[in-house]
Ligand binder design. Structure first.
Ligand code: NAD
Ligand code: MG
Length: 393
């Protein structure tokens, strides 16, 4: 039976890679719904190619434009808009698999809806798990949803862990690898002047702008430590970060007997996406075979928490528990947006996140409302700090 997909965030970088893999296997996958935020023209092209039953955009005006173009081309895709439509296509009986590839907190509601509807979820949207890890994992567990990590590190760990949960007792540590991003060796004092263009130029991966900046600050690795904690149930002190500039080893699992299992591959998201799409089978992803003789050298070093304060802030938020991770994520989203629109400097991102975490009291994350309130409070606080403290820039 073909898998029927809802692809949340189809116009993004993960969306592109997913559709590339899907197009290679028309006998295995069909597309039920595609969603975009503002990029209506790209969504039109994708709808013409994949003929989904539904397409979702952010607002009514874009929906009208997209619907007009699709009708003119004879395409029968129904065009919807707004956050509720994202939830509807995620829990619909029309799909069995949801690829969660919206960036940021906007992905939480539809991803959670997919978990509650017991779907097979391919999770790229790490922010959803960072915000509401316990609630999300409980929803998936209680409703029989299958969670398959797409983030390359987590997909690697998933591949290196024993299949049966009963055997996880032999796992001593998870080792998350990190490239170190574009500023791994740059003089720390000069980081204050880097531009959004420099920050978005990742040495190994081509990604959306927000995750590219997160990689440059290493907040991305911090979010991934939190993501790994929830996905694999290990405490923060059993999740190590290791700098590995070549991005060939995508992560490792260390066992009690001294064995360390690693997953290797070229840095191309189509590998973890194809793995999760076809799991437990293996299919062609279009990724070139790994040529280790040509790469020749794999190197490793410890992370530098002084150069990358965001990594330490994320680990602190995980240790604090409660809504601290949600507040960290929200403050980071606001600060990264301000950096990308040149309202604050690069090093101010960590300063804003730190100041927000210090300003807001932590509390239990017992319900989704607790999480959403913390998210909103952190966004307000971060925005007013950015507005009123130009000295941060
Ligand atoms: P991107 O910016 O390229 O794409 C984001 C997608 O989300 C787009 O389709 C956009 O239309 C949609 N979107 C943005 N804001 C939205 C909103 N408010 N409502 C609805 N839709 C919205 O991002 P990306 O690089 O593809 O990353 C997507 C997610 O995958 C992120 O959570 C990122 O951390 C994660 N991820 C990405 C990569 C990668 O290589 N790009 C790797 C690992 C994890
Ligand atoms: Mg990753």
């Amino acid at each position: 039976m073909k898998k029927r997909l809802t692809l949340l965030g189809s116009t993004g970088s993960i969306g592109d890679s997913t559709l590339d893999v899907v197009a290679r296997h028309p006998e295995r996958f069909s597309v039920y719904a595609l969603t975009a935020h503002r990029n209506g023209d790209k969504l039109v092209d994708q709808c013409l190619r994949f003929q989904p039953e539904a397409a979702v955009v952010g607002d009514a005006a874009t929906a009208q434009q997209v619907a007009g173009k699709l009708r003119a081309a004879g395409c029968k895709t129904e065009v919807l808009h707004g956050p509720q439509a994202l939830v509807d296509v995620s829990k619909s009986d029309g799909c069995d698999t949801v690829v969660a590839a919206i960036v940021g907190a906007a992905g939480l509601a539809p991803s959670l809806a997919a978990a509650r509807a017991g779907k097979r979820i391919l999770l790229a949207n790490k922010e959803a798990l960072v915000m509401s890890g316990a609630i999300f994992m409980d929803a998936a567990h209680d409703n029989g949803a299958i969670l398959l990590p797409v983030d390359s590190e987590h997909n690697a760990i998933f591949q290196c862990l024993p299949r049966e949960a009963a055997l996880h007792g032999g796992v001593s540590k998870i080792i998350l690898t990190a490239s170190g991003g574009p500023f791994r060796t740059r003089e720390p004092a000069s980081l204050v002047d880097v531009t959004p263009e420099q920050a978005c130029k990742h040495p190994n991966w081509v990604m959306g702008r927000k995750i590219s900046v997160d990689s440059a600050t290493m907040m991305n690795k911090g979010l991934e430590v939190i993501e790994a904690h929830w996905l694999f149930g290990l405490a923060g002190d059993r999740i190590d970060v290791l700098i590995h500039p070549q991005s060939v080893i995508h992560s490792m699992v260390s066992y009690a007997d001294g064995s360390v299992l690693a997953q290797l591959g070229n840095p191309d998201m189509r590998t973890p996406i194809a793995h999760a799409l076809a799991f437990p089978e293996r299919v062609d992803s279009g990724v070139a075979p790994l040529d280790l003789a040509q790469i020749a050298t794999l190197s490793f070093e410890k992370p530098d928490y002084t150069r990358f304060p965001c990594l330490a802030l994320a680990m602190k938020a995980l240790a604090a528990g409660g809504v601290a991770s949600a507040a960290l994520n929200a403050a980071n989203e606001i600060a990264v947006d301000a950096f990308l629109s040149r309202r604050i400097g690069f090093t101010a991102i960590a300063q804003v996140v730190d100041a927000v975490l210090n300003a807001l009291p932590n509390r239990d994350a017992s319900s989704l409302d607790d999480v959403l309130e913390a998210d909103a409070a952190a966004r307000r606080t971060a925005a007013s700090m950015i507005d009123t403290l130009p000295a941060l820039a």
